[in-house]
Structure formats: C-alpha cells, structure tokens
Design a protein around this ligand. Structure first.
Ligand SMILES: [Zn+2]
Length: 706
C-alpha cells in the first residue's frame, strides 16, 4: 500500500559521475575528488552554501561540454555525440543527487530556498538542452540512420530515448513555440515545488493535544508513550501530542475509542493543502493542470495524459481506464460487503450512526479480531526493525548469495542513518546502501528509494551505486526499540526491492537506468511477496525481548488475514488513480474549482460514500510533485507483473536459484536498457498474463492489489 515514488524528482538527465578532479574551489567539496571509502559523499564537509555554487559550476561545465559536442566538425557518430553526452554533466549530477536527497530527508527553510533557485536554474538548463537546435540536428541524423550504425541493443535504446526526449522537450517547435514552452516549464517547476513544500509543512503543522487521559482509551501503550514524549519535548508535561505522520495516524485511527478525535485526525490528514491559508494547494493545483494541458497541446498531444503515457507500458489513457475499471467493479462489491461487516458491529455495539470514512481503520480492526482473531499490536514485538532488516538481507542472501556488511567508517547525513556495503557471494563489491527509517520534521512523508550515485560502465570504468532507502516507520521509544507494523514491514521489503534494482543494475550508459514507472514497481512489489511467507517470517520475526520465533499460530493468523480489508485498500487506491487520470485527460485550459472537480470525479467513478480516495487533490503529492501524474495506476499495473513473476517462484520454489538468477539477469540488471516487455518476456518465456492476479482475486485474494 505505501509505495511511493521510486526516485524523488531529480534532474531529468541522468549522467555519469566519475570523480573528475576539480580545482575550481578547493573549499567546496563538490569540486574535489572524494577521498572517502567508495567515494561516498563527505557529508561532514558539505555545507548548505556549497549547493548553489555547485549547481552554477555544474551547469557551466555541462554547457561547455555540450558546446564541444555541437561544434565538433566531424560528422556525428554515436561516440562523439551520444556517448559524449552521457559523459557530460558529471559535476551537476554529483551536486544534484546529494541535494535532492538531503532536501527529501532533512530540509529546512534554507534548503527550500536553495531548492527554489536550483529548480529554476535546472528548468532553464533542461530547456536549453532540449531546445539546442544544433545538438538536436546531430541526434536526428544519428536517429535517422540508426539501422546502419551497428549499435548494441542498449545503444540503440539510448539513442532512441534521446531522440524521443528531444521531440518531447520541444525540439521540433517553432521559435515562438520554444519560447512558450520555456515559460511553461519554468512556471510548472516552481508550482510543483511549492505544492510539495506546502504538503510537507502541512504534515508538520497539525497537532492534536490530548489533555484528558480518558481520550486515550483504546490506544496501544506504544502510541501513548510516543505521544507523551512528543508533548514533553514541547514542554507540555502531563499532556499527549499526536501528529498526522503515518506511524502516529494509523494506530490512532485503528485503536482510538474516541470517534470524534478519529474524525479530527483523519480530516486533518485528508485536508492537508485545503485549509484556505498560506499552505493551500487548490489554486496551485488548478494552475498546474492548466499549464500541463498547454504543454501537451503545444507538443501535439490532446491531453497531458497522452503525453505522459506515450513513454509507459500502458501507452494510452483508454488502456489505463479500462485496466482500472476492470478491477474496480469486483473491488467495489468486495468493499460493500466489508462495509456490511463493519456496520453490523456498529449496530451490535448500539452505535446509532452509519460507517464514515474515518471509521474504517477502527472497525476493520474489530472485524480482524472477530473474524481472524488477529490483533496487529500482537505482531509488533516480532517486528523489531533490526530483525526485519536482517530478514530482507537473509532473503537476498538465499536468492542471490548477497552479503551485507555494516560500515561504521562511511559518513552519514543524519545520525539515524545506517550504512551497509553490499557484496556478491564471492566478496566482490556491488554498492552501498544507506537506510534511513524514522520520521523527522525535515523529512518528506512516505517511503522511497533514491541514490547518491547511479551505476554505469563507460570506457571500462565501472561505477558502483550508492543507494538510499528512506521511510517514516515507527520510532523507538525510551523503553522499547523500533517495533514496526505489518504494513511497515511490507514497505521496507518494497523499498529494498527498488534498492536491489539499482544495486544489480549492470548497464553501460547512465541514461539506460531510466525505467518507466509502470515497470519500476515490479522489482519492489515482488519483494513484498517474500516478506509474509511463513518460511521467511520464521527467519526474521523474533520477539524483541525473548528472541522467540514468531509462533505458528500468529503466522497462520497473518496468512488467513492476508486478504482482509483488501476491498477497501484497493478501492481507495483505484479511486485515487481515477482521480489522477481525470485530472490529466482534461482538454481545455479553464481554471477549475478543485473541490468541485474532485467531487464530480468521485461521483462519476461511483465511489461509495464510506470511502475517500487514498489522496485528495490538495495533498496528492505523487501526481503534483513526484512525477506520477497520470501514473498513479502504475502500482496496480505492476501488480499484474509481480503476481505473474512471483508465480515463477511458486512453480519452482521460494528460493529457486535458477529463477532468481534469471530474474536478476533479465530484469534487475538491465535497468531500462531494453523495452520492458522484451525484458519481461526473456525472464518468463512469455508475456505476462493476469491469470496469477485473477486466480488470487477469485479466491478474494487481492493482496497484490495496492
Ligand atoms: Zn515503489
């Protein structure tokens, strides 16, 4: 469920980084070769004032590299044009990857100011790049004679992507059109940034202060303890402070017996960006959609969705709609029967009200106890964060022989971060993994995988990746270690799957790393399948105090309740996906009343009143900021792939080495170096079918559907 953007929106051009020595300013660490282990970023030396200078120098450097390419009097070749481009911009990439990452995990007002300025600089730089006529001419020449160039599959795809991206970047426009596109891109980049910043501030703003102990009824001890510590930290001794970050919000909704406080918390979460104040996102989002339409039209597409989907597996808005509606119908009836189950409990308890959206978690929890005798809080003691991490490592060791060594000698950007070296079975270095799992005021909500350096292998220079896994999981309290929820366990496995995709990547050119969002969720979602296998649970789910392995009885309960509440979860997900699509198939450029549009969209899809879409427009950060616009459907699309792919293990065995090796060789190591469908077919020996997913669905098994 909690699957977020694979990468924070970073610079569109992903270029190589190979530590070219720089002497522009020895005091700015970005200008020096990093003498750290594996050339990891020297965070202790990097100060905020280094970023903008780094961006400026990086842009200047890449511009002169591009000049050298376009003024080359030799006729264009793959080497002197495409490969040369792939080698350009190393300093810019180095600065941007570090900045984007830190701006996601540890931002503050100063970082936001830098983000505003650097975003503007990058937006112009990207436009300069795609609107460079001489450069496009060279690329077009190569593209037109592609068949004669004797390229490898990867080279051919890289060239094709350059050509398509240039066309999509406006290379074929008239001068007037190019000017217009620049304006659009600049405005869009600022709006998107502002939207994201508002949501982050909203996440931190709302506080529910409980003064009366009876308002804590039902809440787990750990939630109460954490709320007390939060209040104390603010000098509110004897009170309890609840915020709307997920590790606080979800247990509150699940367990608080105070219905009006649950409503307050849920509405505060859903109304982020919709409070008619300085953080309001309604006008911003409306404007974003208007200029997205303008951009699409300018580039020759009917809608922004058409523009986006051209580069995805799904290809067209119609394909996405029919895909979503296919699953919508059975999901809706499943959700309706879940409503009935919950209403029965409400009635039996003498509650004289109908189930509302903020009641789901609370009554779902009761249904779970009643039907499956499972109390989620019983599981937490077995999910100590460190044990879950050992679990995902152990799965990778069994599948691919990977080794993980914690490194204390590698610098971190925050004391909560841990660093692991990842090695092959024979000890060969693969890359570095940074894990950063707890909420902080400066951290964006959600969970994601990013990197400080991507993999590439040009001119025999193999660059190993530096990957990050970031989450907002339940924190340790003063008397207990971090005991995470079942959902957080899945998320951890999910993001780790993305990390493996980056770590295993073995491509030549940096830009070959780019993977469509409806394919990129395959490696992450497939990992979630291992997390809940009884055999795997026994490997890592050990009681934090006694070390006792999770009892079979609890494993059975997890297994039985696997499909519990899936009507609701899938429905709120598809509703958000349809809302996303509706916003991006608009064909006119009228400013819209965001709430009215949202209401009409919800009515049109036929959503039941007891469920709201997982995100409402004003805080739907995936589609405003994270690059998932007209792409939120991707998780479900990839679910078809991951169900079908995992079936290959079920047909052999959970840790079948041959299947694992084939998955690594054909998918995980290939990045975007070949068409995703081709890659998949090489792994599976055929195209994906929805059978695995449907088979699960017929048994009401919709766990794949997030
Ligand atoms: Zn993901």
């Amino acid at each position: 469920m909690k699957k977020y953007s694979y990468l924070l929106p970073v610079f569109l051009l992903s270029f190589i980084l190979n530590h070219q020595a720089q002497t522009i300013n020895a005091e700015n660490p970005f200008f020096n070769e990093w003498e750290t282990p594996f050339q990891t970023p020297p965070f202790s030396e990097i100060k905020q004032e280094h970023f903008l200078a780094g961006y400026e120098a990086g842009i200047k450097q890449q511009n002169s590299e591009i000049d050298a390419i376009v003024t080359n009097s030799d006729k264009p070749t793959f080497e002197n044009t495409i490969a040369a481009l792939e080698k350009s911009g190393q300093l810019l990439t180095k600065v941007n990857k570090v900045f984007s990452s830190l701006n996601g995990t540890d931002t503050d007002d100063e970082m936001q100011k830098i983000a505003e300025q650097s975003t503007s600089m990058l937006s112009k730089h990207i436009d300069d790049f795609y609107l460079n006529e001489k450069l496009f001419e060279r690329i077009k020449t190569l593209y037109d004679e592609k068949e004669k160039l004797n390229l490898t599959t990867e080279q051919s795809r890289v060239l094709e992507n350059y050509y398509i991206n240039f066309v999509r970047g406006g290379a074929n426009l008239s001068n007037e059109g190019k000017e217009q596109l620049r304006k659009i891109n600049d405005e869009l980049s600022q709006l998107v940034l502002k939207f994201g910043d508002n949501v982050r501030k909203e996440n931190n703003k709302f506080e529910l202060i409980v003064e009366n102990e009876k308002d804590l009824a039902g809440l787990p001890d750990a939630s109460i303890q954490a709320a007390m510590e939060k209040a104390e930290a603010k000098g509110l001794n004897g009170k309890w402070l609840f915020t709307i970050d997920k590790p606080t919000l979800i247990p509150f909704l699940q367990f608080s017996e105070n219905r009006s406080l649950r409503e307050k918390m849920y509405k505060a979460y859903m109304n982020r960006g919709n409070n008619n104040d300085e953080l309001d996102n309604k006008k911003i989002f409306s404007r974003i959609t208007v200029i997205r339409v303008e951009k699409a039209n300018l580039l020759g597409y009917k809608t922004y969705s058409d523009f986006v989907l051209q580069k995805k597996m799904a290809k067209t808005p119609d394909n996405v709609y029919s895909f979503l509606y296919d699953i919508w119908k059975p999901t809706l009836s499943k959700a309706k029967s879940e409503v009935e189950d919950m209403q029965k409990i409400i009635d039996a308890e003498g509650g004289k009200f109908s189930l509302e959206p903020w009641d789901w978690w609370y009554y779902a929890e009761k249904v779970k106890k009643e039907k499956y005798a499972l109390d989620e809080e019983m599981l937490r003691p077995y999910f100590q964060l460190e044990n879950v991490i050992s679990g995902v490592f152990a799965v990778s060791t069994k599948l691919w022989g990977l080794q993980f060594v914690e490194r204390g000698d590698i610098q971190v950007y925050n004391s909560e971060v841990k660093v692991f070296e990842v090695k092959e079975a024979d000890g060969k270095h693969i890359g570095i993994l940074y894990t950063d799992y707890f909420p902080r005021a400066g951290k964006t909500n959600g969970a994601w995988c990013g990197d400080f350096r991507g993999q590439s292998n040009m001119d025999g220079n193999y660059i190993t990746p530096l990957v990050t896994n970031v989450g907002n999981f339940s924190k340790p309290t003063s008397d207990k270690p971090a005991l995470i929820s079942l959902d957080e366990v899945r998320t951890l496995f999910h993001e780790f799957g993305h990390a493996l995709h980056v770590l295993f990547q073995n491509v030549t050119y940096p830009s070959a790393a780019s993977v469509p969002s409806d394919f990129v969720e395959l490696p992450s979602q497939i990992m979630e399948n291992w997390a809940m296998q009884p055999e795997v649970l026994k490997m890592y789910a050990k009681h934090f105090e006694t070390g006792e392995i999770i009892p079979q009885e609890l494993i059975d309960k997890i297994d039985n309740s696997r499909f519990f509440n899936q009507g609701f979860e899938t429905l709120e997900y598809i509703a958000a996906s349809l809302l996303d699509m509706d916003w991006h198939v608009i064909t006119d450029t009228d400013e819209r009343d965001v709430l009215q549009f949202e209401k009409e969209s919800i009515i049109k899809m036929g959503l039941i009143s007891q469920v709201w879409p997982r995100y409402l427009t004003t805080n739907f950060i995936h589609i405003a900021t994270w690059g998932y616009e007209s792409g939120y459907y991707s998780y479900l699309w990839a679910a078809v792939l991951d169900a079908d792919a995992f079936e290959a293990f079920m047909e052999t065995s959970l840790f079948d080495k041959v299947t694992a090796e084939s998955f690594r060789k054909n998918i995980l190591s290939r990045g975007g170096s070949e068409d995703p469908m081709e890659l998949y077919t090489k792994f599976r020996g055929r195209k994906p079918t929805v059978d695995a997913l449907l088979k699960n669905r017929e048994e009401n098994r919709q766990s794949m559907l997030y």
